[in-house]
Design a protein around this ligand. Structure first.
Ligand code: DAK
Length: 261
């Protein structure tokens, strides 16, 4: 398939998917979500592929979030509908991919970008990477599973701090917090990701996929968190704070938040 926003390359048993919107720091718009989802579905059906490495183009960003310019005008119901569609169409497909997906985080991984990396099975960051969930600074909350997956990865206390302060952390802090597995230089990022992909490729694909399913099932069942997140995410849309937060970003100024819902 000739995809515009995703570059695909297959070498030996590894499929490399690169999100390719560098002028927008690889922000996730609707087309990118659809294209990436279809590439992952295709890779899952291709028996020659054993592992997927996901990265961002150029050296500044993995993904700097959902595309703020695209979602600024959404209503509450559109927000909830799109959070639901995005989670079903991409984030759940990434998390439940039977072939492990390694996020090679080559720069900013913010908002939806960090949520995408967190849905992957393994995260490797280059030392220039910066990670955060800045949604509350825009008057919205993480809507692609971030409130759930961050707490699963780093624990409830650190997730509370990261989400409510909207801070960005460095690659080394992310490693200390358990958010990424390894940190390396930018030059080594794909090489180290490939090395891990190749050691996975030596193992039984059937057993690897069953292991992924079992590990995920321990976290996915018995919680209403994802449902609550979708509803509350939708409820942010159209509020004065949401309009102010996203408009301030586009106008390149600091937001002036009110205290009204
Ligand atoms: N969306 C759209 N454009 C973005 C972008 C984004 N997330 N991030 C950067 N860009 C664009 C900038 O607007 C700029 O475009 P031009 O002005 O040149 O046209 C270009 O990329 C380069 O960015 P900067 O000039 O800002 O570069 P700097 O080095 O100065 O700063 C930065 C880099 C990463 C610190 C800064 O760009 C930044 O703060 N970016 C925004 C980070 C952020 O807040 N990300 C979004 C988090 S909210 C949804 C579900 C989930 C979500 C949304 C919707 N639905 C279901 C609808 C999740 C929301 C989020 O991800």
């Amino acid at each position: 398939m000739n995809q515009k926003n995703i570059i695909k390359e297959i070498k030996e048993s590894v499929c490399y998917l690169t999100i390719n919107r560098p002028k927008n720091l690889n922000a996730l718009n609707k087309n990118t979500i659809t294209e990436l989802s279809s590439e992952i579905i295709d890779a899952n059906q291709d028996v020659s592929i054993r592992c997927i490495v996901l990265t961002g183009s150029e050296n500044k960003a993995f993904v700097a979030g959902a595309d703020i310019k695209e979602f600024i005008s959404f209503s509450k119901s559109e927000g909830e509908k799109l959070a639901r569609k995005g989670q079903n169409e991409l984030f759940d497909i990434v998390e439940n991919s039977s072939k492990p997906i390694i996020a090679a985080i080559n720069g900013f991984a913010l908002g939806g970008g960090l949520e995408l990396a967190m849905a992957c099975h393994i995260r490797i960051a280059s030392d220039n990477a910066k990670m955060g969930l800045p949604e509350v600074s825009l008057g919205v909350i993480p809507g692609y599973g971030g409130t759930q997956r961050l707490a699963q990865l780093v624990g409830k206390g650190k997730a509370m701090e990261m989400i409510t302060t909207a801070i960005m952390i460095s690659a080394n802090e992310a490693k200390n917090w358990g958010l990424v597995n390894h940190v390396c230089s930018q030059e080594e990022l794909i090489e180290i990701s490939t090395k891990i992909a190749k050691s996975i490729s030596k193992n039984s694909p059937m057993a690897v996929s069953k292991a992924i399913k079992c590990i995920n099932s321990g976290y996915a069942f018995g919680t209403e968190g994802y449902e609550v997140e979708k509803k509350e995410f939708g409820n942010c849309f159209g509020t004065p704070d949401f309009i102010e937060g996203t408009t301030a970003f586009i106008e390149k100024r600091k937001p002036n938040f009110s205290n009204i819902e």
